[in-house]
Design a protein around this ligand. Structure first.
Ligand code: FAD
Length: 236
């Protein structure tokens, strides 16, 4: 009985998955509603039917995914807790079909952390939006430059606060690599849309790491839907 309670708790309050290189970021599935068979039930309600058997139901999921009959996938809902740099947050929040609540730097000046990568990328010469990891870059110098600049920014922020300037005003000196955290709720249809757009090489490396972590979460929660999605978009 106790084990079952523990299993249920672990299911709903799952462990954070580390995402970026510096170990300060994560994505954590807080809770979710539904499973693979919720898609089947929602789709078959059109005919007044429910589940049949694993084989036929799996075939139906693949058919729906392949032919873009996506509304049955809206009945599965996920709530995540995300810690990421501000520039990743900006990209993430462009996805308007999610619901968000974020930490506010108008209310708190505590626990400020910065994303300090171990490895840096240079501009991709063929893809204007892209970047590539390169042996030519001196990662130590780049890293120290980011650390120094982050410390300077934090110092300026503290000076402004000590002068009595409001948090909402003082935060203007905090840089793009500052970490933020938010809760985000989304249905499976829109989650897969996010993954499709943000896992490709055209998307920025940092947000791609979050998209990959989401794939791991989907593998645990909706493996049949995920398999159909991967097949459709050739992600296998
Ligand atoms: C690699 C990459 C590069 C990008 N570069 C830039 C850039 O340089 N500049 C920039 O500004 N943005 C950029 N974006 C953001 C991009 O334009 C989208 O805003 C973002 O990907 C969200 O996609 P979406 O609107 O499909 O998703 P969502 O907002 O989650 O919407 C999902 C779907 O709902 C429908 N929908 C939602 N809202 C509306 C609406 N108001 N009207 C009609 N249909 C709606 C659409 O069908 C949409 O596809 C980039 C995105 C990617 C992946």
């Amino acid at each position: 009985m106790l084990q079952k309670v523990m299993d249920d708790l672990n299911k709903f309050y799952s462990k954070p998955i580390d995402v970026l290189e510096d170990g300060k970021s994560f994505i954590r599935l807080i809770e979710y509603i539904g499973d693979d068979w919720s898609v089947v039930q929602s789709a078959r309600v059109s005919f007044g039917q429910g589940r049949k058997n694993d084989e036929e139901d799996t075939r139906l999921i693949r058919y729906l995914m392949l032919h873009d009959h996506m509304s049955p996938f809206e009945h599965i809902v996920f709530k995540f807790h995300v810690v990421c740099p501000l520039f990743v947050r900006s990209q993430w929040f462009r996805h308007r079909t999610w619901s968000y609540n974020e930490i506010s730097r108008r209310y708190t000046s505590k626990n400020i952390q910065f994303y300090i990568p171990d490895r840096f990328r240079k501009q991709d010469l063929t893809n204007k939006q892209g970047s590539v990891f390169s042996e030519e870059i001196n990662n130590d110098i780049a890293r120290n430059t980011v650390i120094k600049q982050s410390e300077l920014a934090l110092n300026a922020y503290d000076v402004l606060l000590e002068m009595g300037i409001a948090r909402e005003h003082a935060r203007m000196v905090l840089p793009q690599n500052m970490y933020t955290e938010f809760y985000a709720t989304v249905n499976l249809r829109n989650l897969l849309h996010f993954v499709k757009l943000r896992i490709t090489p055209e998307a920025q490396w940092e947000i791609r790491q979050y998209a990959k972590a989401i794939l791991d979460i989907l593998e645990e929660t909706v493996p049949i839907c995920l398999d159909a999605f991967k097949e459709k978009y050739e992600l296998k």
